[in-house]
Structures are given as C-alpha cells and as structure tokens.
Design a binder for this molecule. Structure first.
Ligand SMILES: [Zn+2]
Length: 263
C-alpha cells in the first residue's frame, strides 16, 4: 500500500468514523482510494533561459577595460559599451538590470532555469564575447538581451533585433531566433501597449550583423530595444518601476510562447 501523507489522513478519518481506535486494521477501502493528483508539469520545466541585461554600472568608470577590441566575426568591436540614459540621467544598465530582476522569478515560476550574464549592476562588462559564451555554455533554449535605445527624441516605440545571416557561422540559429523575436515582439506589443518603433526597424523587428552577442550565439538569441530613452514619453515609462514590471511580464509571455511553440 502506498503510504503518503494524504493516505494517512484518510485512514485516520475512516477509523474515527467507524468508531475504531488505536491499532485498528487499516480499512481496505483506503487502499483503493485514488492517489491525489500530482501537480501538472510547469510550462517551462527543463528549459534554460539566459537573460542578458545590457551594459553594466561600472562600465563608465572603466573605459579602457570595456573599449578593448574583440572579434565578433563581422568586425572588431569594443568588448562592451557604457549604454545610454534618459534626459533625467536614468541609465540603460540600471533599466536593463531592473527588468531582468523582475523577469527572472517569472520564468522560474514557470519552471525554467534562468541564467543571468552578470551578477549585479555594479561590475564591469562582461564582454559581448563572454555574454554569448554564457548562453552557449548553458545550452540556452532562448537568450534575451535587454536594452534601451537612443534615437532621435521624436522617435518612439520598441523593436526587437534578430541576428542576420552570417553564412558558415549562425545558419542554424537565424530561423529560431527570428521565431523568438516574433514571439517577443507580439507579447511586448500586447503586454506593454508600446508601439513598434517609428524611427528604426520595420514592424518592430530589425536584423543586424554588428552585435557580438547575436553573432556569436549558437543558441536562439535576440536583443530587445525596449523603448527610446531619448524620447520623453518612452523615457517616462522606462523610468517607472511599475511599468518595468509590466515589461518583464510581457517578455516572460513572449519567451513562454516561443518555448512552448518550439516544443
Ligand atoms: Zn544597449
């Protein structure tokens, strides 16, 4: 007989109802009671998601370190960048870190294993080469880099950056990355109410081959430019903690949609 906590309770109750006590033999009916239903498997159980919050709080004070040139296949480029900020001085690295902090537990609640590319918002880097390696080493099912953009102040909205094809290097991941990008675009649009960027990309998507984090990824990967930090309306939303939670919820929905579709 399977003896578990709930079975034990049932046996005691039956004994009490029948007026039995002490060492009464277990009621045989207890053995035929169905086992309690096990909880349904979590939607993202077994999935690994790498969240890459753009830039880092210590980058600005360590320019020589992050300006070091690294090979990103299509060019040599700075190892990392300082990032942008709003007119009021809210920094992109802080924005990305905050969204990542809200996003991580949402994905974990859905059963995913979540890996961040940096442990806090006070460090330097890591280089884009290292960020890509973290996703590759984790064999991530999805990699999402979180950024804020810096366009003309009149431009607003968000766009998702997907890897362009670099023959012989990323052939395997261009298509799944595009699917990830579409899922995130749709969920972000629906969840945040922000429009597709009207100053960059098309239909909320943009393909690039000049980003090391994408070029070097062997796993499905996208960047999202969550809004234009130089636009007053976008900046106000991105600077608002409640709105950042909304952004995280939208990203979680997009990642879930992609991973469920990917089976
Ligand atoms: Zn950025």
């Amino acid at each position: 007989m399977r003896v578990d906590r709930s079975g034990f309770v049932v046996i005691i109750m039956l004994a009490a109802l029948s007026g039995g006590c002490g060492a009464a033999a277990p009621d045989p009916r207890a053995a035929t009671l169905p086992a309690p239903p096990s909880p349904p498997p979590k939607a993202l159980a077994g999935k690994v998601v790498v969240i890459d919050p753009g830039h880092n709080g210590g980058n600005a004070a360590n320019r020589s370190e992050i300006d070091r040139q690294v090979d990103i296949i299509t060019q040599r480029k700075a190892c990392n960048a300082v990032g942008f900020e709003t007119a009021a001085g809210y920094q992109e690295n802080a924005f990305a870190w905050s969204v990542a902090q809200h996003l991580k537990p949402l994905l974990e609640e859905m059963g995913a294993e979540v890996v961040l590319t940096r442990p806090d918002d006070k460090g330097v880097g890591p280089c884009v080469t290292e960020r890509a390696a973290i996703g590759n080493d984790a064999r991530a099912d999805a990699v999402v880099s979180i950024h804020g953009d810096s366009g003309e102040p009149s431009g607003h909205g968000f766009h998702v950056v997907v890897p362009g094809l670099i023959p012989g290097h990323n052939d395997e991941v261009v298509k799944p990355s595009r699917r990830l990008g579409l899922a995130i675009r749709d969920a972000y649009w629906a969840g945040t109410g922000l429009p597709y960027a009207n100053y960059r990309g098309k239909d909320g998507l943009r393909s690039r081959t000049d980003l090391g984090g994408l070029n070097l990824s062997k796993r499905p990967a996208v960047f999202i430019e969550c809004g234009n930090m130089r636009n007053a309306g976008d900046a106000a939303k991105m600077s608002d903690a409640t709105f950042r939670k909304r952004i995280a919820g939208a990203l979680a929905n997009g990642i879930k949609s992609f991973l469920e579709g990917a089976g």
